[in-house]
Design a protein around this ligand. Structure first.
Ligand code: GLU
Length: 631
């Protein structure tokens, strides 16, 4: 590594010193230093019944940042974060709390998360010191082939028509992921972890502006499906801000999963209900949509999978991310490697650059990483992940970087072939695939040192708009994450649909370790912008000396190798925006609301001492909590 650590990274090394301070101060409740040390390294094993913490959980306010001990949760929603805090306070670990929080998000964020969708989880286990992953991505039916979304004349089918149809619905992976997370990493039964969500669905939650607006934006397509209109447009209208929204059908679905286990959704009554609705959706008078092709064996064969995480080194920190079928871990790692290479080439550290210069470096790195991910990453054998995430590949790709001028877009893809002697990047240029901007992310850290970073989705806000009648949950439209036709004729496209295939994702749950200790966990929703958001928050925090909540709040730039780059208004309309334009960046606002992502993170300051952080403004602000506020 050519550079010594930035001041922030010296801070990371300082975590060890803080650890010592924490031990001396006895920050672990009622513990002497030796007990504190052993508690930090003796998380309860899976299946172990743990004694509830003596602290009774408090109702915590909705805040974007909170520091304290006993465990931490950050999500977009207050009710969901509180559910996770309650689980931690009653002795659950980071996996238990993540499953319970996610189930609650299924109730309060039903357009972004829920049992009709999928997602990816990273888990750091304090006992083994290892990061594991769970892939709960949806799968295509076994009958799908590469032309399932192609018209007879070879053109792609109309995107929105496919979204709002049974064709876009993949086998849900979220329930299988929850079951596996609870049994492999957790200490509590899945049934007990789903109880708070069931109660929340039955008793209801207070409608906020975001829930109201998301319903209103989707009202037209929701009205096409009677079960969706009945559930989410009570009285034919989006629920009013401040009213109580109940979903008794969803409470019934959670009760079913608690009683019969997730096998109900893969082999039982819920499976039957999903297949019937996906393959022959009930529609309003005069509306016809194409049915899906899900079969009983598509659902029965589904499995959430353990996969090896993507690992990279960024300035001495170990950064872990999600592997294929997500492109998130690979693209974040390549972005960070490119930034390292640019700094070596120019001799200028990110910490020493102006904000506009930093964003220029950042934009060039993410655009390059997207050129490579679009060409090479998908749910196919032989993805060159080790090469794409190697520093040598990034060093070669950095040869076209110019600190004084933006490279022409699209940047050609590189050659991750293991031989890095020249300045390649002569591959064909590819147009950008479509991806939505929805989803939800949550992070949890517990007092034993375990950490979870988990992104879950039903793809678009409102998914396919098809609700399973009588069960109150929306089905995903995840299969529209496949490319409908090859991005460029004659160039292999790893993300075409196929039998049992998982569509490529951008979800980037991330865990960072420093000297083998958990240091930071973060993630964001936002489709393809997830990769740029996670990379930006990481570098704003690690290199630019922002606090975590400020790194999350910073105006975002999302450069994904298209002709134009999305910049939030606070950046686009600023002197930095003007400087970027002068450097050759073509900035445009993101679609309304003009926001990019909705990140959450937890900085593990010392064993059992956390700062949880969330959005201050985006999506109405997030909810960061700790079990025992205060240092
Ligand atoms: N389907 C997207 C992905 O897997 C996530 C959905 C979104 O955030 O819009 O990357």
């Amino acid at each position: 590594m050519a550079y010594s650590r930035s001041s922030r990274l010296f801070g990371a090394m300082g975590a060890c010193a803080a650890f010592a301070v924490a031990l001396t101060a006895g920050l672990l409740a009622g513990a002497d230093p030796a007990a504190a040390h052993s508690a930090a390294h003796s998380a309860p094993a899976s299946g172990t019944r743990v004694q509830p913490d003596r602290v009774s959980p408090r109702q915590l306010p909705k805040e974007p940042v909170m520091t304290g001990s006993g465990g931490a949760v950050s999500s977009v929603d207050r009710d969901a974060s509180q559910v996770g805090i309650n689980v931690l306070a009653h002795g659950g670990n980071a996996a238990d709390a993540a499953v319970a929080t996610a189930a609650a998000l299924g109730v309060t964020e039903p357009y972004s998360a829920g049992i009709g969708g999928g997602g990816f989880m990273l888990y750091y286990d304090a006992r083994s010191g290892r990061v594991s992953t769970l892939d709960g991505r949806e799968t295509a039916p076994a009958s799908y082939n590469s032309t399932i979304f192609t018209n007879p004349d070879g053109t792609p089918m109309d995107f929105n028509t496919v979204v709002n149809s049974g064709r876009s619905i993949g086998v849900p992976g979220t329930p299988a992921l929850w079951a596996k997370a609870a049994s492999q990493f957790g200490t509590m039964s899945l049934s007990s972890l789903l109880r708070p969500a069931q109660t929340l669905a039955a008793r209801g939650f207070t409608v906020d502006q975001t829930f109201h607006d998301q319903t209103a934006q989707n009202a037209q397509r929701f009205a096409k499906f009677p079960a969706t209109a009945k559930t989410f447009l009570p009285g034919g209208q989006p629920p009013a801000v401040g009213s109580t929204f109940r979903n008794p059908d969803m409470a019934k679905a959670y009760a079913e999963l608690r009683r019969d286990g997730v096998s109900s959704l893969y082999r039982g009554r819920l499976a039957q209900a999903i297949i019937s609705e996906a393959d022959a959706p009930h529609t309003a008078a005069g509306v016809t949509v194409t049915g899906g092709k899900l079969t009983a064996s598509d659902l029965a064969d589904y499995q959430a999978l353990n996969r090896n995480p993507i690992h990279s080194d960024y300035q001495g920190l170990d950064v872990y991310g999600m592997p294929v079928p997500s492109s998130g871990g690979i693209a974040v790692a390549e972005t960070l490697n490119l930034l390292t290479a640019y700094q070596e080439r120019t001799g200028a550290r990110l910490s020493a650059l102006t904000n506009a210069e930093y964003l220029h470096y950042f934009s060039e790195a993410t655009a390059t990483a997207f050129a490579d991910r679009n060409r090479y990453v998908g749910d196919v054998p032989g993805v060159p992940a080790p090469e794409l995430t190697s520093q040598q590949f990034a060093d070669e790709r950095a040869c076209t970087f110019d600190p004084a001028r933006a490279q022409d877009r699209p940047i050609p893809f590189g050659s991750p072939d293991g031989t890095y002697t020249g300045c390649t990047g002569t591959g064909s240029m590819l147009r950008q695939p479509y991806e939505g901007a929805s989803t939800s992310h949550l992070v949890v850290a517990d007092r034993w040192g375990n950490v979870t970073s988990y992104t879950l989705t039903i793809e678009q806000t409102g998914g396919s708009a098809i609700t399973v009648p009588g069960w109150g949950f929306l089905l995903n439209n995840e299969l529209t994450d496949f490319d409908f036709v090859p991005l460029k004729p004659g160039v292999p496209d790893p993300n075409l649909p196929g039998p049992d295939k998982r569509p490529r994702s951008s979800m980037s749950p991330t865990i960072v370790l420093s000297h083998g200790h958990p240091y930071l966990a973060l993630g964001s929703p936002g489709g393809a912008t997830i990769i740029t958001t996670v990379s930006q928050v990481l570098t704003e925090y690690l290199d630019r000396d922002a606090s975590l909540v400020a790194a999350i709040a910073a105006p975002r730039l999302s450069s994904r190798n298209g002709a134009a780059e999305q910049a939030e208004p606070a950046l686009l309309n600023s002197p930095d925006g003007a400087t970027l334009t002068r450097l050759g960046h073509s900035l445009v606002l993101p679609p309304a609301p003009p926001e990019i992502g909705a990140a959450v993170g937890i900085r593990i300051l010392a064993p059992n001492l956390f700062t949880a952080a969330a959005e201050t403004v985006r999506r109405g602000g997030g909810s960061a909590m700790v079990v025992k506020p205060g240092r």
